[in-house]
Design a binder for this molecule. Structure first.
Ligand code: ITT
Length: 184
């Protein structure tokens, strides 16, 4: 891997930063490409990633990443609608929906789609809670309202390295790395 460039296909700088931080030492270069990929509306992140992997041209090695926040008290919302909800009601909107709720459990899911020697998916999840007010300015997206299980801090109060050590994306990246190491 050391002599290869890994392309991360995403429009999201925050995601790219986390990939570069964790995978930067394993590849010659980790670059971001904003070419986009065909994204269907489906009920599971895996289906979105499967469809994109089928359609993507193979300038490998590359990864795509479909992620979402699933809030128990909201029946798993915003889930596969996380991007749309972020662009419309945002973190404040989720906090309003959660006002006066006792049950505040939530989880993040991340599915990495990889095209290399083979096409594979790697899933990581992280449990946590939706806090009552936004905290922190690092990270991106829903990070200011999500506090991972066992921590007082939100994701937005962690450096990308700290977040990678425990996050949904960090866990998918560890599975991804285990796989690419076996193919070397
Ligand atoms: P690409 O599809 O171009 O990669 P996106 O931002 O649209 O970028 P997703 O559909 O995977 O990516 O993300 C759904 C939403 O969830 C989006 O608003 C993200 O900002 C947010 N999100 C994803 N991962 C997150 C994380 O680790 N922390 C906080 N929010 C996250």
């Amino acid at each position: 891997m050391k002599d290869e460039t890994l392309t991360v296909i995403t429009s999201n700088q925050g995601k790219y930063r986390e990939y570069k931080k964790r995978l930067g030492d394993h590849y010659e270069e980790v670059e971001m490409s904003n070419v986009g990929y065909p994204e269907i509306q489906a009920s599971r992140l895996e289906e979105v990633v499967d469809f994109a992997l089928e359609k993507l041209a193979t300038h490998s090695p590359l990864v795509i990443d479909d992620s979402g926040l699933f809030v128990d008290a909201l029946g798993g919302f915003p889930g596969v609608y996380s991007a749309y909800v972020m662009n419309t009601i945002g973190c404040d909107g989720i906090l309003s929906l959660m006002e006066d709720r006792d049950r505040r459990e939530a989880r993040f899911e991340c599915v990495i789609g990889y095209i290399g020697e083979e096409r594979k998916k790697f899933k990581g999840t992280a449990e946590g809670t939706i806090i009552e007010e936004q905290r922190g300015s690092k990270g991106f997206g829903y990070d200011p309202i999500f506090s991972p299980k066992g921590y007082e801090k939100t994701y937005a109060e962690m450096t990308s390295q700290e977040k990678n050590e425990i996050s949904h994306r960090g866990r998918s990246m560890e599975k991804f790395l285990d796989f690419v190491r076996t193919t070397e």
